[in-house]
Design a protein around this ligand. Structure first.
Ligand SMILES: NC(=O)c1ccc[n+]([C@@H]2O[C@H](COP(=O)([O-])OP(=O)(O)OC[C@H]3O[C@@H](n4cnc5c(N)ncnc54)[C@H](O)[C@@H]3O)[C@@H](O)[C@H]2O)c1
Length: 423
């Protein structure tokens, strides 16, 4: 039986570890967060896509979590799924990746395959990760194989999960690529070999930059379409009927999560640092998508104004403060800058989210905490204006519309009605 260690037991690492355990691997999920490890071992999942029952079934198979890195010495394969956030100056923060690589380097034995899955700029696996793993003791491709394989998990996606999402692998040598391909082929339906690690790293950044830029395109078009009295949502639906050459992206209140607002910055930072020039598409997309929540605030101000109301003192109810529907992940959610702006304008702010019992966000450097209202439809009836930020599937959209005096729809999903305005 193959022994696998998955470092980082978050949104990416835990589903990967459980999938491998069910495929017959003996898996240890390593994490530096002791309370997370304790909860996981007690069968309490912190991940939306993993139920407690699924976690318990993994624990009953061959999975357990640990904080003890000495298990790396016995591993045949080590997969790294630690965060890759931005530093204070907006550049890549490779601290967790370097930390994980040092931990591996301290324990690893010959004949181990090590794979980095954390999203990062091209060159990280070769220049930063591999030297810390290998140290002076091991030779690449002879003692230790090292590869990069981007994680493509889409939290909340009921169709595509770990097993049926094709996996790209790129090794630092041909032998490394082959070893990584053979490993994933044991529990993932389709494995695609990239030319090398840099190409695999770039593939992931291309995917996320593509989304970032296309979301920015429609977010920018939204503004002038509104001014020109053109229904962009309808135009997008029409364009989407073309069976080739077009892919529909829809406007919204801004981008969030660990990927879209973060990963393209890794790429633009790399281009600037290595080549000295800007990746202008990414910078422009960032500018437009960062401004999207403030555009929503302005549209709310305008909607109230048309009904002879000021934002100051108005009862504003936000629906859905996560960054996408049907999950509880709030990282980089556009609800935060929107909430902060509305509070600074004096709004009487409340929110509802079935996945977020309490919502904390920063306003002028201070933390504000709100509690979700109990009955969303009663709260809609009491609010001067309701803003739909996420269309969680629990929401009865027709009932939301009929309960609200004024509803600003940032997703273009509400049924048409007198009370409803699309951003
Ligand atoms: N969340 C997503 O939807 C998603 C999708 C695709 C790719 N990714 C990428 O996958 C990577 C992981 O993201 P995530 O969402 O799973 O992060 P996460 O924050 O949910 O989980 C990361 C875990 O790693 C642990 N950790 C941090 N440093 C560690 C170390 N040195 N040793 C051991 N454990 C450590 C943390 O305690 C945490 O539990 C990131 O690079 C991200 O960009 C995320």
């Amino acid at each position: 039986m193959k022994r696998l260690v998955v470092i980082g037991q978050g949104y990416v690492g835990l589903p990967m570890a459980l999938r491998a355990a069910h495929a017959g691997f003996s898996v240890i999920g390593l994490d530096t967060n002791a309370s997370l490890v304790e909860a996981v071992n007690a069968g309490r999942s912190h991940i939306d896509d993993i139920t407690d029952e699924e976690l318990t079934s993994g624990l009953n198979a061959r999975y357990s979590a640990s904080t003890d890195a000495s298990c790396i010495a016995d591993a045949d394969v080590v997969v790294v799924c630690v965060p890759t956030p931005l530093s204070e100056d907006g550049g890549p923060d490779l601290g967790p990746v370097e930390g994980a690589a040092r931990t591996i380097g301290a324990h690893i034995q010959a004949e181990t395959l090590v794979i980095l899955e954390s999203t990062t700029y091209p060159g990280t696996t070769e220049e930063v990760f591999a030297p810390l793993v290998l140290g002076s003791k091991f030779r690449l491709g002879e003692d230790i194989n090292i590869a990069f394989s981007p994680e493509r998990i889409d939290p909340g996606n009921k169709t595509y999960g770990v097993q049926n999402t094709p996996k790209v692998v790129g090794g630092l040598t041909k032998e490394c690529s082959r070893a990584a391909r053979d490993f994933y082929s044991m529990f993932i339906d389709t494995v695609v070999e990239a030319k090398g690690a840099k190409e695999a790293e770039m593939a992931k950044l291309l995917e996320n930059t593509f989304r970032h830029v296309n979301i920015a395109l429609v977010n920018e078009m939204l503004r002038f379409c509104h001014e020109l009295d053109i229904d962009l949502w309808d135009a997008i639906d029409c364009a989407a009927t073309k069976p080739f050459g077009y892919m529909a992206f829809r406007p919204g209140p801004g981008v969030g999560g660990h990927c879209i607002p973060v990963d393209p910055s890794y790429l633009s930072h790399r281009v600037k640092a290595r080549l000295g020039y800007a990746f202008r598409m990414v910078e422009l997309a960032e500018e437009i998508n960062t401004a999207a929540p403030l555009y929503v605030a302005n549209r709310l101000w305008k909607a109230l104004n048309e009904h002879k109301m000021a934002v100051k003192g108005a009862k504003v109810l936000l629906l859905g403060v996560t960054y996408k529907p049907d999950i509880s992940d709030r990282r980089q959610s556009p609800a935060d800058p929107l909430g902060s702006r509305l509070l600074s304008w004096g709004a009487d702010l409340s929110y509802h989210d079935p996945h977020v019992p309490t919502w904390s966000f920063e306003k002028n450097g201070n933390s504000t905490t709100l509690t979700s209202v109990d009955n969303v439809y009663d709260a809609c009836a009491e609010a001067d204006i309701v803003v739909l930020l996420q269309q969680h599937s629990q929401y009865d959209l027709s009932r939301l519309a009929s309960s609200s005096r004024l509803l600003l729809d940032t997703r273009g999903v509400m049924p048409a009605g007198e009370s409803v305005t699309c951003i």
